[in-house]
Design a protein. Structure first.
Length: 229
């Protein structure tokens, strides 16, 4: 689903988040610059790609946790097909591995939702003018790892999909729910779980959950059930 506002604006913004309340909140925060920006909303990665095929955009604000196609997958597809489009990630994840993965996928900025109220306008202005923006609480750790290429945690070795599956296990989701939300088969989820345990050298599900909790991988917004809140 896509929806557009302000047809007479100078710049086009694509706002991608599967939660209507979040999109409304972002639009409210962007009110001071709303006359300059036409906002097109997309409630999934697939809707975002559909919108991109229909018109040009100057900036995309993308959530990482969406059902079906994750934000990281969307960023990779955008950069493969629309390399000049600037991307600002707005995410619940305050763990630097997510920011690092977003930048490696092609993002130009990373902002956590807990700081969005005070920072969103600055982030939009900086990224849209060709700069890079990182939430201040993450900036030093992110730039350190991107500069030196030395990941601080074992889960840096996981693929983007494996990290997402791990996060959902740690947050308490069952394999059947993970499969449904990520549009995967139960067998594929099981395969991801096995590979995660092998890469992290974790002998059991209990050890996997403990690792995830120790690294705060349960923090953040799962796509499941958000419309019921």
């Amino acid at each position: 689903m896509t929806h557009m506002t302000n047809m007479n604006a100078l710049f086009n913004l694509l706002l991608v988040d599967d939660h209507t309340v979040v999109r409304e909140g972002i639009k409210h925060l962007l009110a001071p610059i709303s006359k300059q920006w036409a906002i097109t909303e997309a409630d999934s990665g697939f809707a975002a790609l559909s919108a991109l095929r229909q018109q040009d955009f100057d900036l995309a604000i993308v959530d990482l946790s969406m059902p079906g196609m994750t934000g990281l997958e969307l960023i990779q597809r955008i950069k493969a097909n629309y390399p000049s489009l600037l991307i600002l990630v707005l995410s619940m994840h305050a763990e630097e591995q997510y920011a690092i993965r977003a930048f490696k996928a092609g993002a130009n900025g990373y902002l956590t939702k807990d700081g969005a109220g005070a920072e969103l306008l600055n982030a939009v202005r900086k990224v849209s003018s060709g700069g890079t923006y990182v939430t201040p609480s993450l900036a030093e750790r992110v730039f350190q790892q991107l500069s030196h290429g030395t990941p601080s945690d074992s889960h840096a070795a996981l693929s983007d999909r494996e990290l997402e599956v791990l996060r959902r296990f740690v947050a308490g989701q069952r394999p059947i729910d993970i499969a449904h939300d990520l549009h995967l088969s139960i067998k594929t989820v099981s395969t991801h779980k096995t590979r995660i345990q092998e890469k992290l050298q974790l002998p059991s599900m209990a050890a996997l959950i403990r690792y995830g909790l120790e690294h705060q991988l349960d923090k953040g917004d799962l796509a499941i059930g958000k419309d019921e809140l």
